[in-house]
Design a protein around this ligand. Sequence first.
Ligand SMILES: [Zn+2]
Length: 412
Amino acid sequence: MQRLILKNVNLFDGENDKLEEKKTLVIENGVIADILSKDSEQAENGKVIDLSGYTLTPGFIDCHMHMLLEEVTDKEESLATTSPGGERLDTAQAAVAYLGAYNCRRMLDAGFTTVIDGGGNNFIECALKEAIHKGYIEGPDLFIAGKQLTTNKAHFVGFSMEPYGPYGMRKAVRDLMYHSVDHIKLQLSPPIRMIGRNSQACDFTPEEIEAAIDEAHNYATPVHAHLRGAEAIKRFLRADGDLVVHGTGIDEEGIELMLKKDRYMLATLLSPTPTPSKELAAAKSQGVLDLLAKTAERHWASVKKAYEAGVKIAFSTDAGTLGIKVGTNALEFMNLKKIGMSNAEALKAATSVAASAIGQEDKIGYIKKGYRANFAVLSGNPLEDLQATQNVVMTIKDGKILKDSREEQVSL
Ligand SMILES: [Zn+2]
């Protein structure tokens, strides 16, 4: 039996607004076997680590991002996928797979043990998920969408299927099921920066949306949708869609539908944010930056309104797009605070609330007996200073230590 014992640690358990101080966690075969008070004799026999002064939280969950995307290329870290003349090379797809592997490492380093991918690239994410599952590489648990269903090739190369009509939608969902996806992703609003398209239009008809959702639900599979307009949000909810991604422009009726149907918003306040990253500002034209700034204002106001009305918001970032560097996901904690969440609420959004949003609340998102031993260990107390979420010193998944930088901290 594999036993790991974490001693003298302060716990945020995903539920209580206070830390439980100086607890000892006993982990057996990757599962929390016991939570003890400081001096128990049962806390021996195994690998013992003293975590005095650190805070342990459930491993973070990002409910919407893109593991195979780097919209704004990091010049230092990117693999070459184009020739000096700008021609796309045959190695491009293989490079995407390596990017995915690298992003797994960046997510673990940031304390994220679960990731919901909002749309992948040519089914490479299916192989990535399996590689993690088989232990070829270390990575967070991936829940994948496969290709997004769009009206035309709108978002990114390799990302979309373009079904037509209700039967086309059903066929596309079945094709995705063949790839063992975990959820279906509908693009019901155009991408923000499609010049000349109306962001308020809903791309699919009610019949098409109903058909896709009905077919997915037939397979007991939830449906997520990219939503940037009031009408698209309402069509999606009326057709019994599950997870509202972005939710920009939601109106009163949309909020009422969310509350009535008990739905979660994956608010992605980073996408877009009123304060874009330097990388994004350098990479985009002024016209696009203006458009993003306008959308950010509308988006943040929408999310705030929904939050104040009682809509449940699960932590999500859209990292991989819009210059949001994978691994900087914890920046979203501060954004959630800016729309009014307390530190505890923001932490729950990325742990217990996120686990419920994806139907995993009986396995992850809490520190409880019988739950998977997925943890982020932070330097500092995030209930006092939420910036501590950016100081992850240890990441543990299924009782296995996948990051440990405590020594480096001391030598710094
Ligand atoms: Zn996205």
